[in-house]
Design a binder for this molecule. Structure first.
Ligand code: ZN
Length: 414
C-alpha cells in the first residue's frame, strides 16, 4: 500500500511538472483519454491506444501527455496512439510531451482508416532540442485520423491474420491460455508431418511496441506456409509452432515494455511468474513431448534501435565448429546462409546485452532443450519491404538447412 501511494505521488509530481492536470483514474498510469470540445475530439480508447492527457492550449493547438505504463520505466520505447476527429476540416498542432525524462523515439505514422499507414510528412514534424517534446501539424476533419508511434498491429489484427492462414489445410490455430486480463494467447501449428516430427518454434511480441519484429514474424510464417516446393517439403518433415502475440495485454493497452503487472516477459523465462509466460511454457512443453524432445530451432522476433541478430555468445566466439555443440554449429550455418540470401542488407550479428543479466529469456530457455536459438531484432525504422525480405531469408535458410540435415541423417552410415 505504501509503495502504491509513493507511486502515485511520483506520478502526480511528474504530471504537475508538466503543467497538466490529471483526473482521478483507476489505472496505475492513465492510458485512455477522451477529450471533447466543439472543435475537436481526441481519444486513445481503442486497441493499442495510449495517451495520458490531452488539453487545448490555444484555438488550434493542443498538448498530449505521453507517460509510461509503469514506474520506474527503464525502457525508451515511448509508445503513443490516439485518434482525432473534427466537425470541420482544420489544421491543428499537437505537441507530444514526454514525462519521466523520456524522449520521442518513434516517428509518427498516420492513417485515415487504421489499415493503411504513412509517415507524417517531414515538414509537419518538429522535435525540441532535447527531444522531450515533438510537435505534429495535422489535418483533421470529419473522418477519423489515427496518429500512432508505429502502425497499429494489435490483437484483432493478429486474429484476422491467423484466421486467414487457417484456410490452408496444414495450418491449425488455437488458444494456449489467457493473459492476466483474460485475453486469449493464440498459437498456430503448421505441419503436414507425422505427429512426432521435430519442432521449430517461432515467438513474437513479448514487448508491445516492437511492431517491426511483429512484421518480421508475419513474413517468416507466410514463407513457411507458402506454396514453394521448399515450404511443402519442409512442412512434410517438421512441425512449426508459432506463438505470435505473447503479450496481448501490453499490446492492446499501448504499453512501452511490460505486461499489466509491470513484468518484462522476456526476463521471466526462469521464474515463469506471469500467466502469459506460463501458458507459453506449458504449450512448448506439450509440443516438445509430442516431438519426442526434438526441437531444432527457435526464433524470437523483437525490435530495437538497429537491425541485429542476437545468437548465444558461443556462436559469435572464435572457437572452431568442431569445439561447438551441434545447435551452435547449426546456428552459424543458418546465419551464414541468411547473409548469402540478403547480400544488399547485411545484418550485424552481436552478443545481446541481455546475456549479461541473470534473468532467463526465451533464447536461453530454449537452448536448454537443445534448440539453436536466436533473437532477431529489427530497427523500428527499417523499411517494411526490407523487413519482409530479410525475414523471408530467415525462413528460407532454415528450411534449406533443416531439410539438408534431415536427408543426411537418413542416409545409412558406415
Ligand atoms: Zn524486445
Amino acid at each position: 500500500m505504501r509503495a502504491f501511494r509513493k507511486f502515485w505521488m511520483v506520478g502526480l509530481l511528474t504530471l504537475a511538472i508538466n503543467g497538466l492536470v490529471l483526473a482521478g483514474t483507476p489505472e496505475p498510469v492513465r492510458r485512455v483519454v477522451k477529450f471533447e470540445s466543439a472543435e475537436l475530439s481526441a481519444t486513445s480508447d481503442f486497441e493499442g491506444g495510449r495517451l495520458s492527457d490531452f488539453v487545448a492550449e490555444g484555438p488550434n493547438s493542443y498538448s498530449a501527455l505521453i507517460a509510461p505504463e509503469w514506474r520506474p520505466m527503464n525502457n525508451q520505447q515511448a509508445w503513443y496512439a490516439f485518434r482525432l476527429q473534427s466537425p470541420k476540416p482544420r489544421v491543428i498542432e499537437v505537441k507530444l510531451t514526454y514525462t519521466d525524462g523520456k524522449k520521442n523515439l518513434f516517428y509518427p505514422k498516420i492513417s485515415r482508416d487504421r489499415t493503411h499507414w504513412q509517415e507524417l510528412p517531414k515538414g509537419d514534424f518538429r522535435l525540441s532540442s532535447n527531444s522531450s517534446t515533438a510537435t505534429l501539424r495535422l489535418t483533421v476533419g470529419p473522418e477519423p485520423l489515427w496518429v500512432s508511434a508505429q502502425e497499429l498491429f494489435t490483437q484483432s489484427d493478429y486474429a484476422s491474420w491467423i484466421q486467414k492462414l487457417t484456410e490452408h489445410p496444414y495450418v491449425t490455430s488455437g488458444t494456449i491460455g489467457f493473459s492476466t486480463q483474460q485475453r486469449p494467447i493464440f498459437k498456430m501449428d503448421i505441419t503436414e508431418a507425422p505427429a512426432d516430427a521435430p519442432l521449430v518454434l517461432v515467438l513474437g511480441r513479448q514487448h508491445p511496441p516492437e511492431v517491426t519484429g511483429g512484421f518480421g514474424l508475419v513474413s517468416f510464417v507466410e514463407t513457411v506456409t507458402g506454396d514453394s516446393q521448399l515450404a511443402r517439403d519442409f512442412r512434410s518433415k517438421f512441425h512449426i509452432l508459432v506463438i505470435p502475440l505473447i503479450n496481448p495485454d501490453g499490446v492492446n493497452n499501448g504499453h512501452w515494455r511490460y505486461n499489466v503487472n509491470g513484468t518484462d516477459l522476456n526476463r521471466d523465462w526462469g521464474t515463469f511468474a506471469e500467466k502469459e509466460t506460463q501458458a507459453v511454457r506449458d504449450e512448448i512443453l506439450r509440443a516438445l513431448a509430442a516431438a519426442k524432445n526434438q526441437v531444432l530451432f527457435s526464433i524470437d522476433y523483437h525490435s530495437t534501435t538497429k537491425d541485429v541478430y542476437y545468437p548465444f555468445p558461443t556462436v559469435k566466439s572464435s572457437e572452431p565448429d568442431e569445439r561447438l555443440e551441434a545447435k551452435d554449429v547449426l546456428m552459424r550455418k543458418w546465419l551464414e546462409r541468411v547473409r548469402q540470401l540478403t547480400p544488399d542488407h547485411r545484418v550485424p550479428i552481436e552478443v545481446s546485452p541481455a546475456t549479461r543479466e541473470s534473468k532467463l529469456n526465451s533464447v536461453l530457455w530454449m537452448r536448454t532443450f537443445g534448440a539453436a536459438s536466436i533473437t532477431h531484432e529489427f530497427n523500428h525504422d527499417t523499411d517494411r519491404q526490407v523487413i519482409r525480405q530479410v525475414a523471408q531469408a530467415d525462413a528460407t535458410a532454415l528450411m534449406e538447412l533443416l531439410l539438408a540435415r534431415n536427408t543426411t541423417s537418413n542416409q545409412p552410415t558406415q
